[in-house]
Design a protein around this ligand. Structure first.
Ligand SMILES: CC(C)(COP(=O)(O)OP(=O)(O)OC[C@H]1O[C@@H](n2cnc3c(N)ncnc32)[C@H](O)[C@@H]1OP(=O)(O)O)[C@@H](O)C(=O)NCCC(=O)NCCS
Length: 215
């Protein structure tokens, strides 16, 4: 059931929850998140999921403002295209509430694939959902582009850990795609002036790459 329009308070910030709350019942404002709700459906997105783009964009923007660093915004149109092309993963809680998202893009005729836009709805964070989405998006990348170098740019420790577990290694930006369109997506990041001042050679994000030849 994926028709419920969720009413999330987007002002929530990304505070780590204390240990006793992990994977257990989480109370957030008046909404009770039960373990049953955490029985997520994680699937390749398609045209039927376009409805959720507004919420995905809003939560991404709010999270970027809360973190104050290193998350590029994406247009609703580009996310729509990702969904229609089967290049995104979307997750829902058991009651149909949107819970998470990520997408892939290919560059230089499939020589590179970026894994981007990872976002988990605030009330479902610290439940292991990002890890599951990350694995799915990685599998989708491998399936669609088996020979591609897969990369991810992040300032976040959580994403670095997840990339590392999947076999990504830190690299310099010189190892990533040279495609102008990819780097243009950094324009909406608060750190873009730093990237530009360094002639795109480095910035605050750590670049991580999975080389299929080393697998
Ligand atoms: C980053 C984000 C996707 C993590 O989602 P999540 O569902 O809470 O992550 P998970 O519960 O799957 O945790 C995965 C791992 O990251 C760690 N982690 C999660 N949040 C963390 C944080 N804020 N700081 C450090 N580590 C963190 C977890 O402990 C776990 O590690 P472990 O396997 O060693 O225990 C989520 O906080 C989010 O959407 N943030 C805003 C958007 C964002 O920053 N996206 C990344 C852009 S590069």
């Amino acid at each position: 059931m994926k028709t419920k329009h969720s009413t999330i308070d987007f002002s929530c910030k990304d505070f780590p929850l204390p240990d006793p709350f992990l994977n257990k019942t989480i109370l957030q404002q008046s909404n009770q998140i039960t373990e049953e709700l955490l029985d997520f459906t994680i699937e390749v997105a398609n045209a039927n999921h376009v409805f959720w783009i507004k919420e995905i964009c809003e939560v991404t923007l709010t999270s970027a403002l809360a973190r104050g660093t290193g998350i590029s915004g994406r247009s609703a149109e580009s996310l729509e295209l990702k969904m229609k092309n089967g290049e995104a993963i979307i997750a829902f809680a058991s009651d149909g509430t949107w819970a998470g998202f990520s997408f892939i893009s290919s560059w230089e005729n499939g020589k590179y694939v970026s894994n981007s836009g990872l976002i988990v709805a605030p009330q479902f964070r610290h439940t292991g959902l990002a890890k599951r989405i990350k694995r799915k998006i990685f599998e989708l990348s491998r399936q669609k582009y088996p020979d591609a170098n897969i990369f991810s740019l992040t300032t976040g420790l959580a994403v670095m850990k997840m990339n590392h577990e999947l076999g990504f290694e830190p690299v310099t930006y010189s190892e990533l795609t040279k495609d102008e369109v990819f780097w243009e997506s950094c324009n909406s990041c608060i750190n873009c002036p730093i990237l530009m001042s360094k002639d795109r050679k480095n910035c605050l994000c750590t670049a991580m790459l999975y080389n299929p030849k080393n697998a």
